[in-house]
Design a protein around this ligand. Sequence first.
Ligand code: HEC
Length: 245
Amino acid sequence: MAPERCNRFKDISVSEKVLNTIFLLTIGMGYLMALVNTYYTHEGLDGRPGLTIEDIVISYHGKSDQTRLGTAINGIMKNNLRHASDKQVIMDWIKKGADEESYNAKIRPILDSDCVFCHNPETNPTLPNLTEYSTVSEVAHSGGASLPRLVQVSHVHLFGIAFILFFIGKIFLLCDMNPHIKRIAVVIPFLSMLVDVVSWFITKTTPSFAYVVVFSGALMGLSMGLQILLSIYQMWFYSKNEDNL
Ligand code: HEC
């Protein structure tokens, strides 16, 4: 039995090519807009203009001196510290993850002597309660993206982009090229999107994963862009003919 021959661009009608092309161009525009949007929403978080790796770290992981406790003892609450050197002790503790063990050893005595006078639920129920670890911990941990927010962005991304990549891939499969390369090429954008999304979550706890976020995001954009360009090229400008599968 002769193997079934797969369709190529030369097998489809001009109207189908027009539809494919306008679809690919629109998706390409949408992707560029998404890039600009990423730029605007992340740019400058670290206080410097432009998009840096530090901006990515801050969006997912947060930043130690942007915790409420860190901001307060660097600002309005600074003068409540009896020993100015305690500020560094507290900042170091926040930076290292604000764990309970060192809280008991080093931080609690400082807060007890300088802060709980006002910061306790009896006198000032509206102020952060600095009498126990659980409530101190709330103001000592950095922002970054919250878990519910990451889950929300992830599911929208995964659903939306899966559709986009599927249709781009369907069109790209009509290209005339080595089938082994094609089989790998259709998987790459999906894989890099998955790695990208997973590394958002990892970056929340491990800031160095911001590099993986950037790399996999770039790889997805590149592989998708290549599929779009190659498809448009082969649809209109390529005429290597006759049954080269
Ligand atoms: C004399 C009372 C008093 C003392 C002592 C005091 N605070 Fe405060 N603290 C306040 C008040 C009042 C506010 C609310 C200020 C505001 O919202 O403008 C506040 C706000 C805060 C906040 C919340 C800031 C925010 O993000 O809204 C933190 C964190 C804080 N203080 C930490 C400390 C620490 C740490 C100490 C000890 C070094 C301390 N405070 C000592 C009265 C005090």
